[in-house]
Design a protein around this ligand. Structure first.
Ligand SMILES: [Cu+2]
Length: 177
């Protein structure tokens, strides 16, 4: 969490510097923002502070065939993100419930999904860990729920449905640039 604030600070500083010394055009924006993902130290090329970015909105559907209709989301670090999960199936929640669970960096989806099976009373979430960044509740047919959060620091995250047996099929990548 500390690193997040550091990165935010770095972005703000970089923005200020661009404003201060860019005499006319926008400096070297031509280097692009997509080919530079490997450098991990001082990178912020974007001139927009995270809090000034528009909200990144995603709607993801879950169905009776144990599928999400979206296997990738991409946002920027510090950006406000709004994810709506819709259960478009018709099977009862006890048989075919779905949630959207964003796992923290480095958390293995199979490990977490396997552990969550034992926690029915907690909506199939393992209590007392920081393995999860954000999750919806377990939704039944026709239900939907929206969660809003701040995108974590740059990296590759995974999301899954933690209903027993679903995590191996219902999963996706949450990419933070
Ligand atoms: Cu599911």
């Amino acid at each position: 969490m500390k690193s997040k604030y550091l990165k935010l600070t770095a972005a703000v500083i970089a923005t200020s510097m661009l404003v201060a010394c860019g005499g006319g055009d926008n400096g070297d924006a031509s280097t692009g923002e997509s080919d530079n993902a490997a450098t991990e130290s001082t990178t912020p090329e974007e001139t927009v502070a995270p809090e000034d970015l528009p909200v990144a909105e995603f709607t993801i559907e879950a169905n009776d065939a144990m599928q999400y209709n979206l296997d990738k989301m991409e946002v920027k670090a510090g950006q406000t993100v709004r994810v709506t999960l819709k259960n478009v199936g018709s099977m009862p929640v006890e048989q075919m419930g779905h949630n959207w669970t964003l796992l923290n960096s480095g958390v293995d989806p199979n490990t977490y999904g396997g552990a969550a099976i034992q926690h029915k009373d907690e909506g199939f979430q393992v209590p007392g860990t920081d393995d999860v960044i954000v999750n919806t509740s377990m939704l039944g047919p026709g239900q939907e729920e929206t969660v809003e959060f701040t995108a974590p620091s740059t990296g590759i995250y995974k999301y899954i449905c933690t209903f027993p047996g679903h995590y191996s099929a219902m999963k996706g990548t949450f990419l933070v640039r």
